[in-house]
Ligand binder design. Structure first.
Ligand code: PBG
Length: 337
């Protein structure tokens, strides 16, 4: 029998299917909700600078600050009160040079912040970003020969940085540089220095994204020339992301990350489905800035857009979500806002 536009889809008893039944009340919607955000899945990034009492707002990221170590400790305590349990540290050293040598200095801002946060907030998980771009005077993620980034030399420096973070007490190191072979080298370096238990969260599928723009203001890490296309991934590729993830897992990554998050939900979904490893997604600075800008103009409801975006990232398969909105969301999830 052919259907006409007015025919209704019915079951064998002639009854109309009514999916709206499960959307009728808040209580019923709550019962059948498939995905939930939880504060313990959120990671809160912090930018650590020199000095004391410094709290400098990043112009393109309202509500995000460059913080001296003392202020970072306070911010972590406040975040902990909101329900956030993990922080991700980035360093803003006073001195930069061609090789990013302060990346592994025991008294550099990140290393000091790790020790201070561990002391003040013993139950907070401290994660560190491992890369050279915040430490080099040319803003590139590695050691240069002319305009070429030298892979294997760079990896040696990354190993030193990761080991120095672990020496300072980092629970998790997160290499974000996208050099080849760095995960295996860092795993060996950590193990050789007694850090068998330090976790590696690899920025495994990190795309060469325009969405990192505001971060480079925050971290003062814009490349002096050129771009990051010779190491970060082409946004058009997904099979390649799976190969990158496979390599990092073979080399010893414990957690793999996809970055950015919202424009790459398909990548998150495939990584989670194919590898079934703990998977993180980074809602990056540009994703944050867009929501802030539109909500300031009154064009979007910030709170709802944030909850919807993060729920989508979780639904796609991310177990862990790194977000500058972590404090707001944790508070919201606890029903305080
Ligand atoms: C360092 C690094 C970057 C980000 C995280 N780690 C910048 C970059 O690769 O250029 C971006 C984070 C963000 O945009 O929020 N390599």
């Amino acid at each position: 029998m052919t259907k006409t536009a007015t025919d209704r889809v019915t079951n064998d008893l002639g009854l109309l299917a009514r999916p709206r039944r499960l959307r009728g009340t808040t209580g019923i919607r709550d019962l059948v909700r498939e995905h939930r955000l939880a504060p313990e899945r959120l990671v809160y990034p912090l930018f650590i600078c020199e000095g004391t009492g410094v709290r400098r707002e990043v112009s393109s990221m309202p509500g995000v600050y460059q913080l001296s170590v003392d202020e970072a400790v306070r911010e972590t305590a406040d975040a902990r009160n909101d329900g956030v349990q993990s922080v991700l540290l980035f360093g803003l050293p006073a001195d930069k040079d061609g090789t990013g040598s302060t990346a592994s200095a025991p008294e550099a801002p990140v290393q000091r912040a790790i020790r201070a946060i561990r002391r003040d907030q013993p139950d907070v998980t401290v994660i560190t970003d491992v890369c050279l771009c915040e430490y080099t005077d040319h803003g590139h993620c590695g050691i240069l020969d002319g305009e070429q980034i030298l892979n294997d030399v760079t990896v040696e420096h990354l190993v030193s940085a990761a080991v120095s973070h672990a020496d300072a007490g980092a629970h998790i190191v997160a290499p974000s540089d996208m050099m080849d072979g760095r995960i295996g080298a860092i795993r060996q370096g950590l193990d050789a220095n007694g850090h068998q238990d330090v976790v590696i969260m690899s920025y495994a599928a990190k795309y060469c994204s325009a969405f990192y723009g505001p971060f480079r203001d925050a971290a003062d890490s814009a490349p002096a020339f050129g771009d990051r296309r010779t190491h970060q991934m082409d946004p058009a590729n997904v099979e390649e992301a799976l190969r990158e993830v496979a390599l990092d897992l073979e080399e010893g990554a414990d957690i793999v990350m996809v970055k950015p998050a919202l424009p790459y939900l398909d990548v998150i979904e495939r990584v989670k489905r194919e590898f079934q490893y703990p998977t993180a997604a980074y809602q990056v600075s540009g994703e944050y800035a867009m929501v802030k800008a539109a909500s300031r103009l009154g064009w979007l409801d910030e709170e709802r857009v944030v909850m919807e975006s993060l729920t989508a990232i979780g639904r796609a398969g991310a177990d862990i979500i790194i977000t500058y909105f972590a404090r707001d969301v944790a508070r919201r999830l606890r029903g305080e806002r």
